[in-house]
Write a protein that binds this ligand. Structure first.
Ligand code: DGL
Length: 225
């Protein structure tokens, strides 16, 4: 966007490490088809899921600060569960625009589950966050089983480059979740990384039984709108 376009119609800023944020963006443009968009991917930092809390708490607000200075958006969306669960508060206190985060959809999943056992696939960093523990406590008398599937990030990147995602990676992600004790009872699976909804069909096929996948994208889009 040129400076004149930015001044006339400030954009919505989306931020992720790669293509994951597109799963949030595609829901957003259903509600706001004409909104100008700036989409920023921190490929130099991918994968966030393998970084430390301290590193992300410093990196994400600094990057967003620079993007906001440059593109002057009316709102920023951290379309990344890892960055949001670690750095959302830091980003909010550093910026003077509204910031929407993306957090694992544990609360909606706990209302939808029929068996009381919920699965959660995320990055290594996301699944260890206090947000996940707190939301799991909130979902009292439900069992939350977590599994880190960092390789799914690369599988989603490959798919959006037009390559076939590695079926072994998809299968191992589902098995890692479902083969845990009580995993046989999982019916609802939270896709707690924005890259993962881009692989919904492949994950569904690898599950070998009906599973309901949920993610926060539609809710986040409503919030943005
Ligand atoms: N898409 C990001 C998320 O939602 C993370 C991918 C990564 O590890 O960089 O967590």
């Amino acid at each position: 966007m040129t400076e004149a376009q930015i001044a006339e119609c400030p954009p919505l800023l989306f931020f992720d490490t790669g293509v994951g944020g597109l799963s949030v963006l595609r829901e957003t443009i259903k509600l706001l088809p004409h909104a100008p968009i700036v989409y920023a991917a921190d490929y130099a930092g991918l994968p966030y899921g393998m970084k430390s809390e301290a590193e992300l708490a410093a990196r994400v607000p600094a990057l967003l600060g620079r993007l906001v200075e440059r593109y002057k958006p009316i709102l920023a969306t951290i379309a990344c569960n890892t960055a949001s669960t670690i750095a959302l508060d830091h980003v909010r206190s550093a910026l003077n625009i509204p910031v929407v985060g993306t957090v694992p959809a544990i609360k909606p999943a706990s209302m939808l589950t029929k068996t009381g056992v919920i699965g959660l696939l995320g990055t290594r960093a996301t699944i260890r966050q206090p947000y996940v523990d707190l939301a799991a406590d909130f979902a009292s008398n439900k069992i939350l089983l977590r599994h880190a599937a960092p390789d799914l990030v690369y599988a989603a990147e490959a798919k959006l480059r037009g390559e076939k995602p590695d079926p072994r990676v998809i299968r191992e992600a589902m098995e890692g979740l479902m083969d845990q004790p009580d995993g046989g009872q999982i019916y609802t699976v939270i896709l707690a990384c924005t890259h993962f909804p881009l692989l919904r069909d492949e994950l569904s096929e690898a599950a070998q039984r009906p599973v309901q996948f949920i993610d926060g994208a539609a809710g986040i889009a409503r919030r943005i709108a």
